[in-house]
Structure formats: C-alpha cells, structure tokens
Design a protein around this ligand. Structure first.
Ligand code: SF4
Ligand code: SF4
Length: 160
C-alpha cells in the first residue's frame, strides 16, 4: 500500500472523536488531559464542545486517516486506533515516525483492521510507535540501522 504523507485534512471527522480519548492533551487548561480517558469537553461521536477555544495541540492535530493517507474504511473509530506522524530531529536529520494510538491496553497489532496499516507503515520505510495506554512498542523497517534505532527510541521516550 502506498502511504502518501499529506499535511492538510482531506476528509472530515464526522462521528469520529477517537483522538479525544486516546491522545493526551498537554495544553488543555486548567488541567492536562491524560491519554486513554475521554476529554471532558468531548461530546462522544459528535465533536468538541469548546471547538472555538480548543487548545493549540487539538487545532493542529490531524490523524493520517483525516489527511487521506489511509483508505476510507480505516477510519479511527472503526479500527479503534488513530495514526499520526511525528517529526524527530536525529543528528540534524528530520526523521518521520508514525504513532499508532490504540483504544486498547494491548500493543498487539495482529488485529486485521490494524495489521494492514502497520505493514504499510513499515513497508514504506517509517518507524512505528504503538501506544496503548501506558504500554508502548517500537517497530522498525529493516532499513533502519541499529544506532539510528537507539537514537529514535531515546528521542521518543525522552519527549514523552
Ligand atoms: S482520530 Fe482522526 S478522524 Fe477521528 S476525530 Fe481524531 S482527527 Fe478526526
Ligand atoms: S479540547 Fe476538544 S478537541 Fe481537544 S481533546 Fe478535548 S474534546 Fe477533543
């Protein structure tokens, strides 16, 4: 599967509000929202009750399905996972890592709804960080050398 990385929403969220549960929101006031709990401002399946004043991180967030990188039938509320890109600076090189934020306590990616997307991410040469609550798993394409894997892991785990 080709995996074009786009940077503008090409679809609309519709009834999906999954990222308002699976993602942490560090700049929500007065209190940060942890991952894997519904945001108190979320009208589940409808949208954000503070849309006009939502935090900057919510304004800038667009999952890969919303950007049109994934097939129509891979909508996050259907597959129970939201994928998003993250750019790291590794020794002056911009490295794209893709995060898979699962609505689950398991980082297992064998579920057929998710497995094809995980394969596409890896086959297209991107490292993948699977996040399921407090659990994480980092997967790499064979093309990424060991020293770079260690730097990517350190950068990801240091920032969170
Ligand atoms: S997970 Fe994607 S499609 Fe669903 S609400 Fe968030 S940005 Fe929209
Ligand atoms: S502030 Fe709005 S957009 Fe942001 S997580 Fe909460 S409900 Fe979602």
């Amino acid at each position: 599967m080709e995996l074009p990385l786009l940077n503008a929403p090409a679809r609309s969220c519709g009834t999906c509000t999954l990222c308002c549960k699976v993602m942490g929101v560090h700049d929500l006031v007065p209190k940060e929202k942890p991952a894997m709990v519904w945001c108190t401002h979320c009208k589940i399946g409808k949208g954000c009750s503070i849309y006009d004043s939502r935090p900057a991180s919510c304004r800038s967030y667009a999952c890969m399905w919303l950007q049109g990188s994934f097939p129509e039938n891979a909508k996050p509320d259907r597959i129970k996972a939201a994928f998003a890109t993250c750019i790291l600076d590794i020794d002056g090189e911009s490295v794209t890592v893709i995060g898979c934020f699962k609505d689950s306590s398991s980082t297992d990616v064998k579920d057929r709804r998710i497995a094809a997307l995980v394969t596409a991410v890896i086959d297209n040469g991107y490292p993948l960080l699977v996040v399921a609550g407090d659990a994480r798993k980092l997967l790499f394409p064979d093309s990424v050398p060991l020293d770079k894997r260690i730097k990517i892991r350190d950068a990801l785990y240091h920032r969170s």
